[in-house]
Design a protein around this ligand. Structure first.
Ligand code: PRP
Ligand code: URA
Length: 212
């Protein structure tokens, strides 16, 4: 895959360890959900290295000091339904007060084109740092459409986070949205003829929610 300045692939050994368990077809729903959450929390830490801190005055038992904090109310989380829901708690671990918007997308199984069926976003989202989350970045159609929907509503500072990315989808999002940093914990080999990621982990929504 070509190199993109807005694509970040994590190479952390603990993330690799957890992704290995996540992929395993014998990993059950409960453990799968917990792993998605844990990996998301680690990715959130890593993706906030560039966050702008604001100065605050803190009184220690000894004196008053200027310290620096993340303005928490400036963060929003937007999962792409359904599977993105599995990542929300992972970001909330870091930003417990972040408002949550929802964008519903499903892939037409024949054409693989994403269809938007729901969109509800918190007021003022256009002034927040938005974490758009979806565990799977396959063809990139869903992510591109969700990013278009957020930008149409005025969002200017968006970070897209996926647990597994296929080169096809990562390139598509990176090129269509060069202003959006794309974080993937793991870059996989390719898509198969049905648009599934290889080696992948199967259908993330089904594994999170126990559907088929
Ligand atoms: C999956 C996944 C992404 C999308 C990725 O959702 O959660 O949203 O496919 O594929 P793409 O990059 O080719 O668009 P799916 O459509 O299966 O819906 P679900 O989350 O409700 O299961
Ligand atoms: N969506 C999934 O859940 N898994 C894939 O491999 C591709 C799209």
């Amino acid at each position: 895959m070509k190199k993109y300045s807005n694509v970040f692939v994590f190479d952390h050994p603990l993330i690799k360890h957890k992704v290995a368990i996540l992929r395993d077809k014998h990993t059950g729903m409960k453990e799968f959900r917990e792993l998605v959450e844990e990996i998301t929390t680690m990715m959130t830490y890593e993706s906030m290295r560039d966050v702008k801190l604001v100065p605050v005055q803190v009184e220690t038992p000894l004196e008053t000091t200027t310290q620096y904090k993340v303005p928490e109310e400036s963060v929003a989380i937007v999962p792409i339904l359904r599977a993105g829901l599995g990542m929300v708690n992972g970001v909330h671990k870091v930003f417990p007060t972040a408002r949550v918007g929802h964008i519903g997308m499903y892939r037409d199984e024949e054409t693989l084109e994403p269809q938007e069926y729901y969109c509800k976003l918190p007021d003022g989202i256009e002034n927040k740092t938005v974490f758009l989350v979806d565990p799977m970045l396959a063809t990139g159609g869903s992510a591109c459409d969700a990013l278009d929907a957020l930008k149409k509503r005025g969002c200017k500072n968006i970070k897209f986070m996926a647990i597994i990315g296929a080169p096809e989808g990562v390139s598509r999002v990176a090129e269509a949205h060069p202003d959006v940093p794309v974080y993937v914990s793991t870059l996989d080999r390719q898509l198969n003829e049905n648009g599934y990621i290889l080696p992948g982990l199967g259908d993330a929504g089904d594994r999170l929610f126990g559907t088929k």
